[in-house]
Design a binder for this molecule. Structure first.
Ligand code: NDP
Length: 293
């Protein structure tokens, strides 16, 4: 078993991003700029946004955070998005999900200018990804691709089973793993809660991508010897043994699954760190007008 080490890869890529950000500053006279909008006080969202902002500063980007109380109206939020869309000095705009029930996430996603949609959730970017055109690829799938690339994981002709069909992870990564490119050229099976005989399907995989949101869901008996396992899950439990007071678990029973695999990504220290890199790369590409000149 070898580790798909998100910490190592993300640090390496962030060094490259730092150098490129300095280049942007020299040419444009300003840093690449990411704006995040956070509504409410969800603990997970607070942590994710803080980490995104911290990483921006680390690689020499500017980051701005607009916070709103849960009571903010949909129209107020949409007006702010439109204002940020118009700001020439903003390269990327993300709205942290989930949003309160009275705000339609689809409206919010579509309100973001697709040229600043560095999360890659806008239908224009998803459509362009589908057509293999230049676009902002959603950050987590992008991070997974970079990780596979870094470790030169063979993907062509492999059977990739994706567990979970969300718009932000499962569905886009299934499209990317099937495209005619590297990493890709897999035969992909996209599974979900209605999939019959899920264990058998997963057991037939050369590459497993688990994005379910259930601790230790992928067990040893579901993994073919030598499989590559990518664990996207981030499941939090209260803990008395950690300084933070909580502990993170993936969707994969790492301790028992790892010995059977050829490669496996840990949680923490895996895909989560690569997701940040995906976001930074998209923001940099936006500042450099690489996707939409
Ligand atoms: P969603 O909650 O949106 O979707 C979960 C998916 O898992 C659904 O498609 C659901 O199926 C499927 N599922 C649930 N239960 C089962 C089951 N028993 N058998 C088969 N499939 C099942 O998930 P996300 O993609 O948003 O997130 C998944 C996990 O990844 C979470 O832990 C999340 O925190 C984490 N995550 C991590 C990121 C990172 O950077 N590492 C980024 C984003 C998410 P159905 O559609 O039928 O309901």
């Amino acid at each position: 078993m070898q580790l798909l080490d998100g910490k190592f890869v993300s640090e390496k890529l962030k060094e490259e991003i730092t150098a490129e950000a300095a280049g942007v500053l020299a040419i444009l006279g300003r840093k690449p700029h990411l704006v995040a909008i956070l509504v409410g006080h969800d603990g997970g969202s607070e942590t994710y946004v803080a980490s995104k902002m911290r990483n921006c500063e680390k690689v020499g980007f500017k980051s701005s955070l607009y916070r709103y109380d849960t009571s903010v109206s949909e129209s107020e939020l949409l007006a702010k998005i439109k204002e940020i869309n118009r700001d020439q000095e903003v390269d990327g705009l993300i709205v942290q999900l989930p949003l309160p029930k009275h705000i339609d996430p689809e409206k919010v996603t579509e309100a973001i200018d697709f040229r600043k949609d560095v999360d890659g959730f806008h239908p224009v970017n998803l459509g362009r990804m589908m057509r293999d055109l230049p676009c902002f690829v959603p950050a987590t799938p992008y991070g997974i691709l970079m990780m596979l690339e870094e470790y030169k994981i063979e993907t062509s002709g492999k059977h990739c089973v994706v567990v979970g069909r969300s718009n932000i992870v499962g569905s886009p990564i299934s499209i990317l793993m099937a495209r005619n490119d590297y990493p890709g050229n897999c035969t992909v099976t996209l599974t979900h809660s209605r999939t019959k005989d899920l264990k058998d399907v997963v057991r037939s995989a050369d590459i497993i991508i688990a994005a379910i949101g259930k601790k230790n869901f992928i067990t040893e008996d579901m993994v073919k010897p030598g499989a590559v396992v990518i664990d996207v899950g981030i499941n939090t439990e209260v803990s008395t043994t950690t300084k933070s007071g909580f502990k993170l678990y993936g969707d994969v029973d790492f301790v028992n699954v790892a010995p059977k695999t050829s490669w496996i990504s840990p949680v923490p220290g895996g895909v989560g760190l690569m997701t940040i890199v995906g976001l930074l790369k998209n923001t940099l590409a936006s500042a450099k007008k690489e996707i939409y000149p």
